[in-house]
Design a binder for this molecule. Structure first.
Ligand code: AMP
Length: 204
């Protein structure tokens, strides 16, 4: 399998928003464990039931569940030229498991300070028909769809604080881990979406 890219950063850093553009540029499909888990919850599968309690509490879903999900996803034909991971890996254990199955050629770390994250996430909304992400202050949805946008159930301030704690304790150490391997590319994510996009594109 050709090289895969990891999009790394705290919740609300803009990984999902930037992933679409990077996918377009590189032709690599976006693989988002958060999206896969939300689909499993919506479909009411066994895996969805197991994951939901953790997600609602802002905690990481156990590594064994995530690694199983990813291994299965990477068997799809569209993954044969590498993929763009969004929100995975989130622990050193996940990164070690990933090393066994694919070659990661670059880790794009979108860096945003905690103070900006809470405001970003709590105002975040999604159009359920297109999956497009908006923000009530920074990127308001057009009037015609403003009634149908929804808020993710784990985008409340209390849950965001738990997700940030999980990030700092379990995920942030991965930055050093990848940096030691010479794979980490740091991007200032505390800028307008377009600027962050340009900065990433210049590093691809
Ligand atoms: P996200 O959409 O990436 O912010 O993920 C939403 C939630 O799904 C997280 O708060 C976790 O509960 C769970 N999740 C997503 N990806 C992972 C992962 N790689 N490892 C553990 N939990 C995950």
């Amino acid at each position: 399998m050709a090289g895969s890219i990891v999009l790394f950063g705290p919740p609300g850093a803009g990984k999902g928003t930037q992933a679409g553009k990077i996918s377009e540029i590189t032709g690599k499909p976006q693989v988002s464990t958060g999206d896969m888990l939300r689909s499993a919850v919506a479909e009411g599968t066994q895996l969805g039931h197991e994951a939901k309690t953790f997600m609602d509490a802002g905690l990481l879903v156990p590594d064994s569940i995530i690694i199983g999900l990813i291994s299965e996803r990477l068997r799809n034909d569209d993954a044969s030229n590498g993929v763009l991971f969004d929100g995975f890996p989130r622990t050193i254990h996940q990164a070690e498991a990933l090393e066994e199955i694919v070659s990661v050629t670059s880790v794009i770390s979108i860096e945003v300070p905690d103070e900006s994250i809470i405001e970003r996430i709590v105002g975040r909304r999604m159009d359920p028909e297109t999956g497009e992400i908006y923000h009530i202050k920074f990127k308001p949805p057009p009037e015609e769809i403003s009634l149908r946008v929804i808020q993710r159930r784990d985008d409340t301030e209390e849950t965001v604080r738990s997700r940030l704690t999980a990030y700092h304790e379990q995920t942030a150490p991965l930055a050093d881990w990848y940096s030691e391997k010479g794979l980490l590319v740091r991007i200032d994510g505390d800028m307008p979406i377009e600027e962050v996009g340009k900065s990433i594109a210049s590093k691809l």
